[in-house]
Design a protein around this ligand. Structure first.
Ligand code: IMO
Ligand code: MG
Length: 430
């Protein structure tokens, strides 16, 4: 096998950063296929936390090739800042970092629109990251977006920019002068376009060549399944498809080329931003999880909402992406809890619901049906093999597998790479 998709199965922040970093050592290529700098992967680099929003963290390893494909929306300014940061740390990237010329660019007006829509009290508040992600994807779908290939052709870019500014003025005009927005974009343009030019490529072609050579390619999602535009808690979602199918469209590879799909799942649930969250806890257990798991957003610093593990939601994620294998993260954060609950179904107006509902009202008002288990009866952190885990921890893991219908291959217990337990023997990642 040579291709592997790694994706989040909840509302993002499942610990994909650590997992991808761990698997990057075994890969030749690491590829981002959707989202933008709304994502945040926190890693430990030279013993210090290090956050990357756009570039795959595999860039920290020498010789790995990192790619941002067409499905991603790219803020050239944010990308340049990240590249500059890597250069400052003496991490060479030239010749091993590529961006698709088909990817759409996020321009300042996207960010301003994101902000205005979020602050509009008459509209549904999504709680976005205000990075301009949604407005940029909206332009893509409306066929007025600007792709990197167009951005790099000054004549084409200026024409498209004027068309867009004219249109955006209707929305932005009351809040910010459109001349100011134009000035901001044009001031940055020479530096940013020169910078981008260095890294653009036909990334679908690059990947096809790599697959022919049987290179090991890791496709990493940002966000998670419940933030997926189609399968998430719409409208409280992001504007792309983190699910496995998104990797095919988003990277320009045929679905038959995806050989394995690996889901990352946290031992409990978290969510940032607005929207339904059936197992959310508003009591001291919620606060306990937030502190123990340091659940604060890597991109916006917002405290994350916390709750029990939701097996209904996970079954849904497992199905829509064809996940057979999972990596369980942050199990150690359940240490110290007397009882642990797992949501096995929902209840709405007296009826039991076993599948994740489509209706936003049901998603909001359904109540979790819990199964209770005793706490983990001992230390989890520091353990290096499944058999040495406390018996209750082993039972919790086996029960989760049973409920969600996928195997847990690996357990991650801390931020460091070595804090992992292989559950299955002879795991074949590729
Ligand atoms: P990683 O990759 C958690 C959430 C936002 C908001 C919704 C839409 O770290 O898992 P957007 O700015 O994307 O239009 O916001 O999606 N969101 C995330 N939540 N982790 C993320 O990324 C997220 N990226 C976006 O909070 O609710
Ligand atoms: Mg995040």
């Amino acid at each position: 096998m040579s291709t592997l998709v790694v994706l989040g199965t909840q509302w993002g922040d499942e610990g994909k950063g650590k997992v991808v970093h761990y698997l990057a050592t075994k890969s030749d290529y690491i590829v981002r296929y959707q989202g933008g700098n709304n994502a945040g992967h926190t890693l430990i680099y030279e013993n210090k936390p290090f956050v990357l929003h756009l570039i795959p963290s595999g860039i920290l390893f020498p010789k790995k090739i990192c790619i941002i494909t067409n499905g991603v929306v790219v803020d050239p300014k944010a990308l340049k800042e990240e590249v500059d940061l890597l250069k400052k740390k003496n991490i060479p990237i030239d010749g091993r970092f590529f961006v698709s010329e088909l990817a759409h660019v996020i321009l300042p007006y996207h960010k301003y629109i994101d902000g205005i829509l979020e602050d509009d009290t008459e509209k549904v508040k999504i709680g976005t990251t205000k990075k301009g992600i949604g407005p940029c994807y909206a332009d893509k779908v409306r066929r007025v977006g600007i792709r990197i290939a167009d951005y790099l052709d000054k004549e084409v870019f200026l024409e498209l920019l004027e068309q867009n500014l004219k249109e955006k003025e209707l929305m932005l005009g009351k809040v910010i002068s459109i001349d100011k927005v134009r000035k901001e974009i044009l001031e940055d343009y020479p530096v940013l376009s020169k910078f981008l030019k260095k890294y653009v490529a036909d990334t679908s072609l690059l990947l096809a060549d790599a697959m022919k050579k049987k290179k090991k390619i890791l496709f990493e999602s940002a966000q998670g399944t419940l933030l997926d535009l189609d399968y998430g808690t719409y409208p409280f979602v992001t504007s792309s498809n983190p699910t496995a199918g998104g990797a095919s469209v988003g990277a320009g590879i045929g679905p038959s080329k995806i050989e394995k799909v690996l889901g990352v799942v946290k031992a409990y649930t978290t969510r940032v931003g607005e929207g339904p969250f059936p197992t959310e806890l508003f009591d001291e257990v919620g606060s306990f999880l937030r502190e123990k798991g340091q659940e604060y957003g890597a991109t916006t610093g917002r405290p994350r909402r916390c709750g029990w593990f939701d097996a209904v939601l996970l079954r849904h994620s497992v199905r829509v992406s064809g996940i057979e294998h999972l990596i369980l993260t942050k199990l150690d954060c359940l240490e110290g809890l007397e009882k642990i609950k797992i949501c096995v179904a929902y209840k709405y107006k007296g009826k039991i619901i076993k599948e994740f509902p489509a209706s936003r009202i049901l998603q909001r008002d359904c109540k979790p049906v819990y199964e209770e288990m005793p706490g983990l009866d001992g230390k989890v952190r520091g353990v290096r093999s499944f058999d040495k885990l406390p018996k209750n921890a082993q039972k919790y893991i086996r029960r989760l597998e049973e409920l969600v219908g996928a195997k847990i291959d690996l357990i991650s217990l801390g931020r460091k790479r070595e804090e992992t337990i292989a559950v299955s023997k002879n795991i074949k990642w590729f």
